[in-house]
Design a binder for this molecule. Structure first.
Ligand code: NAD
Ligand code: WQD
Length: 344
């Protein structure tokens, strides 16, 4: 019997890639998504890639009755929900500064409602999409999971607060298992080019901005600062392929199932290597034989110079490490964007 997992936000960038790996691993995902930052068209593409239809519920994690009904229905069908992979959130840093209450209501209050429904239904396992943003300004690099926690924007604080809520839930409910996966910078797309990052508005992040300049949707890339204390003065980050990241979720679910894990555990998901903005631009141009015009601008408010992961815990605990290179990320990301210039 395939284990059923509720995947909140499963229509999104990382969730959709994770669905492929879950199916590949023999799990049965049940998606709950309000399509606030995604399109249900992704599921046609996923059917083409996997040959499998996926159950999708158009709804909101803030809808307690809907959550209760989902858990009850699967109990009645004798396909109980074993756990939750929780992607659903608003994630744009700049937007969170303008609309903090929407972010707290959606990301924090929404997760509280989800957890209440889970506990009421006896669903005691959650894998949560956290972020390296919880580390704030580095005291040391690479970041280990023991690095001080603190955010610099409302979005980041929602991740810090949900991690705390998970810790407190685990103390109150000894049988509860919570894994917080702290993603560094996921980029790229599935090798098929059928799904990829599909931001609704002007991208906030570097890589989708590069691909949209390359495909002609945007005129040029603004490089936010070249006077940092880094290899070439531009910002350094730990970019990982979204398909590697997706597999990390399956490894986390496997780990919880096989080890009878309980309590709260945070785990970095990154390559352990930093790449600068200009190194990324140069790699993208080289791999795809395409120019990406850019202009050096002032630093972006709130940016840190460098960030990269110590990924040793993920390898030792989950048996996971990244396998795809920056070149792979550039190739796969362009394959997606060039085939889907306007997304889907
Ligand atoms: P995304 O916006 O593509 O996906 C999020 C999905 O959640 C979307 O499909 C959206 O419609 C859905 N959603 C949002 N609020 C919802 C709600 N209240 N109810 C139901 N569905 C809801 O984002 P993503 O890049 O796939 O990120 C997934 C998760 O990973 C998020 O929690 C994000 O904060 C986290 N994360 C992302 C990055 C990144 O660089 N992409 C880095 C670190 C952490
Ligand atoms: C990367 C580098 C920029 C855009 C953010 C969120 C984080 C997480 C991942 C959700 C930096 C530079 C960027 C551009 C540029 N998301 N840059 N021109 O800031 O590391 O992390 O996304 O959890 O929470 O903070 O990623 O891609 O925005 O920036 O020069 O147009 O690229 O200065 O050095 P970041 P990013």
């Amino acid at each position: 019997m395939s284990l059923h997992y509720l995947v909140t936000g499963g229509a999104g960038y990382i969730g959709s890639h994770t669905l492929i790996e879950m199916l590949q691993a023999g799990y049965t995902p049940v998606v709950l998504d309000n399509f606030s930052n995604s399109s249900n068209k992704v599921f046609d593409r996923l059917k083409t890639i996997t040959g499998t239809g996926i159950k999708v519920i158009h709804g909101d994690i803030r809808d307690r009755k809907l959550l209760d009904d989902i858990f009850a229905e699967h109990d009645a069908l004798n396909t109980p929900i074993q756990g939750v992979i929780h992607f659903a959130a608003l994630k744009a840093v700049g937007d969170s500064v303008k609309r903090p209450l929407e972010y707290y209501e959606n990301n924090v209050a929404g997760t509280v409602t989800l957890l209440q429904a889970m506990l009421a239904a006896g669903v005691n396992r959650i894998v949560f999409s956290s972020s390296a943003t919880v580390y704030g300004e580095p005291e040391f690099l690479p970041y280990t999971e023991s690095h001080r926690i603190g955010a610099t924007n409302p979005y980041g604080w929602t991740k810090v607060q949900v991690e705390q809520i998970l810790k407190d839930t685990c103390v109150a409910h000894q049988e509860f298992s919570a894994i917080a996966l702290r993603y560094f910078n996921p980029i790229g797309a599935h090798e098929s080019g059928l799904i990829g990052e599909n931001p609704r508005d002007i991208p906030n992040n570097l890589f989708p901005f590069i691909t949209q300049v390359a495909v002609g949707r945007l005129e040029k890339l603004n490089v936010f600062g070249n006077d940092y204390d880094t290899v070439d003065g531009t910002g350094v980050r730990d970019y990982l392929h979204v398909s590697d990241l997706a597999l990390g979720h399956v490894k986390a679910v496997n780990y919880v199932n096989e080890s009878a894990h309980s309590g709260f555990t945070a785990i970095n998901l990154g390559t352990g290597t930093g790449t600068s903005v200009l190194q990324m631009v140069n790699a993208f141009e080289r791999v795809n034989n395409i120019k990406v015009p850019y202009i050096i601008q002032a630093r972006r408010e709130g940016d840190i110079a460098s960030a990269w992961a110590n990924p040793q815990l993920a390898e030792s605990l989950l048996g996971w490490k990244t396998t795809r290179s920056i070149d792979d990320m550039c190739r796969d990301g362009w394959n997606w964007q060039s085939k889907n210039p306007e997304g889907y």
